[in-house]
Write a protein that binds this ligand. Structure first.
Ligand code: ADP
Ligand code: ASP
Ligand code: MG
Length: 477
């Protein structure tokens, strides 16, 4: 609940939060067209903007920090030059002299922050997650300042706002979770005067801050999440996520070039797609808008006349069967064999206890109770932690009476077919099996949730592209 008295402004126009991703603001030309889009839409709607760093900037910042902390030469000094050059170029091309004189010192201050942080990392040969968050989100501070100035140059009132002043998070640096009550109160309070004066806020994506004001980030790709957090706190009518594809597609276009746009999907389908690797949405994007049932649109800033994909709370329309295919390329399977000393239930209890203790996400689970084997897939980045914890939990059975074992199968990909309307449609798994079999793609494991929202197949990493293409073709998506 929001504290009483916290202002909840709503003008007569519908309120739309528009988030622009890195490619949408990748250079001066792109920023100029984003400015035009915002100006155009601000005639019919009240717009609040959330912006990512210019494309490639976050990667560049993280790499510079990592190398500086490893003492790997002076790479970060080149990055400093590149950072200054890219933003300066946009300012030179798009801003009036007056705007330049107000924005350039702010950009220079951020480049100065970058320099101070990196030289500190290289001196102490360390970068803490906390310091990394301050550094990795500098790109958003720079792009928000630039975009606000561009909007002003195009004749509308706009002001850059640092989301560290709005989004209050826990202190899980690198992947912080928002505290919604505090965030709602702060966001409404900070933005109220701007909204009253009709000033478009241009908010930094990706960033937040702890209650003590220490900068945090919401995880890579987290500006989508920032967009819906801001949308929910302001009771927005819609959230529009502008990116570089026409909407949510039936498959990752980098794997299946013939993938096409899906006009409408449900929250549940979007959550499933993003959880299983569809980069177009950060996995937590839908979470903030669920309760308020705010529709989210995915739109193409390179092709704004295309309506895009509408993500809505209710079950999705469309024909029965599979709606989209997605995949996660870097996973491993862990086979826990409990032997004859522990029951299957005891073994499963211990395995899930380990996952919960380490906060590990299992991507899929299959079991054979008769053989006392549990098989789970985890992200490669979590493999080591999972294995170590499991070996500890089954130490006695593995090392002393040799009844249990833990085996790892690396280089696995999880391919997932998604569609709420698969429920009650017989033969989906059979058709996928048949099609993969005809291409000699071996399915290592298969799992389907009882909600029938998705079916997951584990295949060898090397087969992932072919597997996604094959299932896409089979279901004529
Ligand atoms: P932004 O910088 O706008 O946040 P991202 O690169 O994070 O954009 O996400 C958009 C990209 O997601 C697309 O260019 C596309 O390559 C990828 N993608 C993966 N799966 C899908 C999918 N099912 N539908 C649309 N795009 C997808
Ligand atoms: N700039 C951040 C990243 O690259 C956040 C985002 O783009 O969504 O991860
Ligand atoms: Mg993204």
């Amino acid at each position: 609940m929001v504290k009483e008295g916290a202002p909840s402004l709503k003008s007569k126009k519908p309120l739309v939060v528009m988030k622009f991703g890195g490619t949408s603001v990748g250079n001066a030309e792109r920023m100029q067209s984003v400015g035009k889009l915002v100006v155009e839409h601000s005639r019919e709607a009240e717009v609040a903007v959330v912006v990512s760093a210019m494309g490639g900037v976050t990667d560049m910042l993280i790499r510079a920090a990592t190398e500086a902390s490893a003492g790997a030469g002076e790479h970060w000094k080149n990055v400093r030059r590149e950072l200054a050059r890219r933003h300066r170029e946009v300012a030179d091309q798009l801003l009036s002299a007056a705007e330049q004189s107000s924005v350039l010192p702010r950009l220079a201050a951020q480049v100065g922050n970058f320099e101070n942080l990196c030289s500190g990392f290289s001196l102490v040969r360390e970068v803490t997650p906390r310091a990394m968050d301050t550094l990795s989100s500098l790109g958003e501070v720079m792009s928000a300042n630039l975009l606000a100035a561009i909007l002003r140059s195009q004749g509308v009132a706009a002001e850059a706002v640092d989301a560290a002043e709005l989004i209050v998070t826990d202190d899980n640096f690198g992947n912080a979770a928002p505290l919604f009550e505090e965030t709602t109160a702060k966001t409404r309070q900070r933005l109220a005067p701007l909204r009253r004066r009709g000033v478009i806020p241009v908010i930094t994506g990706f960033r937040g801050a702890t209650p003590e004001g220490v900068c945090t980030t919401l995880g890579r790709g987290g500006s989508d999440f920032s967009g819906t957090i801001i949308g929910a706190t302001l009771d927005a009518d819609e959230v529009w996520i502008w990116t570089d594809v026409d909407g949510v597609l039936t498959a990752d276009p980098r794997l299946v070039p013939e993938a096409h746009i899906i006009p409408g999907i449900s929250y549940r389908e979007a959550i499933e797609l993003s959880f299983f690797g569809a980069k177009v949405l950060h996995p937590k994007t839908i979470q903030p808008v669920m309760k308020k049932k705010i529709p989210v649109w995915i739109k193409n800033s390179f092709n704004p006349s295309c309506p895009g994909t509408r993500i809505v709370p209710s079950a999705s329309e469309g024909p029965p069967g599979v709606k989209a295919i997605t995949s996660l390329g870097k996973a491993s399977l862990i086979m826990v064999s409990g032997g004859d000393r522990v029951s299957f239930t005891q073994m499963a209890g211990r395995v899930f206890g380990c996952l919960s203790m380490e906060e590990i996400t299992s991507l899929m689970v299959t079991q054979s109770s008769a053989e006392n084997v549990l098989c789970l897939a985890v992200h490669d980045s979590e493999l080591k932690r999972t294995k170590t914890r499991l070996e500890k939990a089954f130490e006695l059975e593995i090392n002393y009476d040799h009844s249990a074992s833990i085996e790892v199968m690396p280089h696995v990909a999880i391919v997932v077919a998604i569609g709420e309307n698969m429920k009650g449609t017989p033969g989906v798994a059979g058709r996928a099996f048949g099609a993969l079999g005809r291409r000699s793609i071996n399915i290592i494991a298969i799992a389907q949730g009882s909600s029938e929202l998705s079916i997951s197949f584990a295949v060898k990493s090397a087969d992932v592209k072919e597997a996604v293409k094959t299932i896409h073709e089979e279901f004529k998506l």
